[in-house]
Design a protein around this ligand. Sequence first.
Ligand code: AMP
Ligand code: MG
Length: 700
Amino acid sequence: MTFDTFIVVDWAAGKASGPTPKKDAIWIGVASDINVGPPLYMRSRLEAEAWLTSRLSAERAQGHRVLASFDFPFAYPKGFAQSLIGSDDPFGVWDWLAARITDDAKGDNNRFDVAAEINRAFGGDGPFWGNPLKRDIAGLERNKSVYSLHDLPEKRGCEQAEQGLFTCWQLAGAGAVGAQALMGLPVLHRLHKRFANELSVWPFETADAPIVLAEIWPSLLGSVVKEAEKKGEIRDAAQVRLLSKALAGLEASKLAEMMDVSSPIEGAILGAGYSSDLQRLATKLEPPKLANDCFALPAGIDWTPVDDALEMLRARLKPVVQSTTKSLERAVGMVLSSDVSALRSNPPLPNTAVDGFGFASASVLGDGPFELPLVDGRAAAGLRFDGHVPSGWAIRILTGAALPDGVDTVVLQEDVRSDGTRIAFNGPIKTGSNTRRAGEDVRVEETILRAGRKVTPADAALLSAVGVAEVHTYTPLRVGVLSTGDELVETGQTARDGQIYDANRPMLLAQLREWGFEAIDLGRAPDKRATLKGMLDAGAAKCDAILTSGGASAGDEDHMSALLAETGSLALWRIALKPGRPLALGVWDGVPIFGLPGNPVAALVCTLIFARPALNLLSGSRWSTPNGFMVPAAFEKNKKSGRREFLRARLRDGQVEVFKSEGSGRVSGLSWAEGLVELPDGAMDIAHGTPVRFIPYDLF
Ligand code: AMP
Ligand code: MG
């Protein structure tokens, strides 16, 4: 039971409210396992319905599965539907209400009149009660004292177990939910119709559609909400925020367990009986952020060799992501957060690797030739042969079939002559020929994959084969990309004299996506400190790491390094590297910032060499060293000692050639190249044919 997005709606029955967020209005919480959004305030039901429709469509367009839950009953106590529409179908009641309830942008609606209409149909006084309006309504009592239930239960079965739930018959008074249901069910009816096969309603339908609607009860969070209220948060806002966070944090198997209910015609409350799980997840702590001084350099360092810089990153960074549970299908491309062991051996039983005939090896001692009678029946994959094959007999057997009792050896059908009742073949035959032992590939409980591994399609095959349907993975690392510089304009817009197009942002965003991170576009910042600061604040709130480019040196317009210096976390790493200027490393609100040089060539090289392994560690994956290989040079160069150099290069005819210019402003060379040649820190005289190390872009 895996969902990408969890929406929690706190519905309201009253009049529309103004622009200032207030309580008892509609609030919506949205969370995924990596992100809990700020609660959204809706001024009217019409606005909320429009928002839900467009958000659900947008989620579907992205291929997401959504669980949307609402805080009012999806059905009435047993017997009500039967009396109202002549059937137990809860959707019949939705339909009935949708045809009668009216609502408008101001929130003016006819809910009390419709309730009275139902009461009159039931013969007068009840089951609904509670009229807070000035005018009297025939058939709707003002309070409970004189109403009748007409043999209907006061509450649904699922409500009886929980303390403090209101009866849906009560339409007015603090805490009453009856009016919300009257005003909410028509909206659900329209969503159900609109999304048709893409949407199912739990628990009336199986919860396997891409969008699932469910009923929820915010009071399951208990005192957790009070804590948030004490800090000044509006109660309804806190409820939807915390509930969406809790639902998003649930293990898929736990959610499936919660959704496993029987006899659903009265509906059910998602999470009932799981209050403590929800409270624990709603208050789950985030892992500690990185310390401010995590990039500090040892004193007295002037130029840092590349290997020392890498070693420092490796020693100081750790995963900043959270653990979650993913179905096998969704786990591909994610990083495992714990080791995985086999739930079953592969193969589970001894079986045959070929089509042929099976028998006991004791039946064919010596060199042969042999002749064996065939037993009736055959063994095929998935179709176990139940009987015993006596010694001296053989059985027809097909690839993948479990070896029948009495069989330990198989002869290939091409090596056999048969008349349908007997087979003849030559020896000698080795015991166990053409068979696979149980567990010869993987034994049950054996560790098959280690934490830190990024799950590949081939891993999906292995996991499936050994019965693992769900694994623990880290949430994807969210990496923000921000360009800085007054001279930058967006590609596609007109560039005035002195302006250049932003080349780094599209390059870095694409590279991060290719590496499987969640790349977040943070836009372009001008060379203005206050604006840049605001953009960093916004970025740090939604990213686990940020790559910036430009403004990273120590000049007047180098605002990136200046701002990081203000936090006390700036470390200007002057790395003995070409191309590259200082790498400005720092921590903003606990989020690591990699301040890359503005120059696209230097920006990419620094990203490949430093950001790549660093981001791997932050994402829970292992430190990575690119697998370069030695190739004869198709160029000449006299390299000086004292710094490492990376040249834009590509392989042609078994040799590596380099771009005609080493100028670090030459973006065309980045694109011309298919990787980098890495020249060591020391001096090197390179002639045609000298082996040099080449690292294709793909291997970083
Ligand atoms: P800076 O590091 O800000 O001094 O920038 C170094 C050089 O890189 C300058 O020539 C900038 O114009 C250029 N530059 C900075 N950011 C970008 C970018 N996003 N795309 C292309 N060039 C850039
Ligand atoms: Mg600049």
